[in-house]
Design a binder for this molecule. Structure first.
Ligand code: AP5
Ligand code: ZN
Length: 214
């Protein structure tokens, strides 16, 4: 399947992605993860993206469209994919349509992680990440077996630089001003499924599975 995951920061896109990936054998492309890797490696792309990311603003359409165009060429992405955090503007959505048209394929479903803003600060400020695997924990909702340490590798967990209450405000602002219109764009095509993203992770997974089976 070819899927898009849209939702505000902390709505559970990154948490559900690996589960969907395992069940449906797709490639998972998170523009946020790819940009953070570029920032950490100080590549030219990372240097350009860092300032906007630190402020919680969107990186330019050209940069992220370039990343996705490149990543989608991977053989593992030919049969299907999960786009997590892309497209985030209507321009990005239009560019994606052009890319897919060239391959003669189209997006099957857009999963809209619908959730109230008020819940998100607690989720974001309690998040801990194992950078190399992308495994995500939460001090209250999904704690690791040992505090600050990845369950599988025993390596240290880190917090994202943009996971503060102040930067979250800008990220939410960007979501409402620039990304919500992307949901309307796909609603017009009749492919949006709304998920109750405020429910517990397993319940959200069950809803995702229901949508994907239909
Ligand atoms: P990105 O990495 O995409 O961040 P985001 O959209 O802000 O989303 P998050 O990763 O914060 O949320 P998530 O939904 O994945 O939450 P998670 O599942 O981890 O983007 C970062 C930056 O990169 C942007 O600000 C921008 O600068 C740039 N960028 C990226 N893509 C771009 C694009 N296309 N165009 C332009 N710029 C772009 O869950 C969060 C926490 O909650 C975790 O601790 C988790 O354990 C917990 N949790 C998850 N689900 C539940 C649940 N159901 N109940 C309780 N807790 C839960
Ligand atoms: Zn994420």
């Amino acid at each position: 399947k070819r899927l898009i995951l849209i939702g505000p920061p902390g709505s559970g896109k990154g948490t559900q992605s690996p589960i969907i990936k395992n069940d449906y054998c797709l490639c998972h492309l998170s523009t946020g993860d790819m940009l953070r890797a570029a920032v950490a490696a100080k590549t030219p792309l990372g240097v350009k993206a860092k300032e906007a990311m630190d402020k919680g603003e969107l990186v330019s359409d050209d940069l992220v469209v370039g990343i996705i165009d490149e990543a989608m060429k991977k053989p593992s992405c030919q049969k299907g994919f999960i786009l997590d955090g892309f497209p985030r503007t209507v321009v990005q959505a239009q560019k994606l349509d052009e890319m897919l048209q060239k391959q003669g394929v189209k997006v099957d479903k857009v999963l809209n992680f619908a959730i109230d803003d008020a819940i998100l600060e607690e989720r974001i400020t309690g998040r801990w990440i194992h950078p190399s695997s992308g495994r995500t924990y939460h001090t209250k909702f999904a704690p690791p077996k040992n505090p600050g340490v990845d369950d599988v590798t025993g390596e240290p967990l880190i917090q994202r630089k943009d996971d503060t209450a102040a930067v979250l405000k800008s990220r939410l602002d960007a979501f409402h001003k620039q990304t919500e219109s992307v949901i309307d764009y796909y609603s017009g095509k009749g492919i949006v499924a709304n998920l109750p993203a405020e429910k517990a992770p397993q319940e959200v997974t069950a809803e995702v599975q229901k949508v994907l089976a239909s």
